[in-house]
Design a protein around this ligand. Structure first.
Ligand code: NAG
Ligand code: NAG
Length: 113
């Protein structure tokens, strides 16, 4: 009987501990204009409890003369973050996602360099 009780206890308690340990909340940087590692406008932070979390978006503009050039980078939280590339005519947006390390989104994309 004791063994059964112990087993039930382990089954009940372990998953809760395990999943909390698996997905600790990540603090992400929020910025509406991030350049060369600095936030020029709208600096703040947000917290992702789970999911792909922190988002980095590089905005490129195409010109005949220069081709695709980075215009600015935006940082925020997004529940449905998916790494991807979007094209709208002369605008291209590259999306990066990260979690598990606070402010990891400031180290993604081209805004850091
Ligand atoms: C997040 O921002 C708030 C104010 O906007 C600040 O008080 C807090 O310290 C920040 N958190 C971190 C982890 O930097
Ligand atoms: C380009 O960056 C500036 C800020 O440096 C911003 O005001 C403007 O909206 C951006 N253009 C596009 C198309 O995102």
């Amino acid at each position: 009987m004791d063994k059964l009780l112990l087993l039930l206890l382990l089954l009940g308690v372990f998953p809760a501990v395990f999943f909390q340990g698996l997905a600790p909340p990540t603090v992400c940087m929020v910025c509406s204009n991030f350049k060369r590692g600095h936030c020029l406008r709208g600096k703040s932070n947000c917290t992702m409890e789970q999911g792909p979390g922190c988002r980095t978006r590089d905005f490129f503009i195409f010109t005949e003369r220069d081709g695709w050039r980075l215009n600015h980078t935006e940082l925020d939280c997004w529940d449905y973050c998916l790494p991807s590339h979007w094209y709208y005519q002369t605008l291209k947006i590259s999306v990066f996602c990260c979690k598990g390390r606070d402010f990891c989104n400031r180290y993604q994309g081209k805004g850091q360099g």
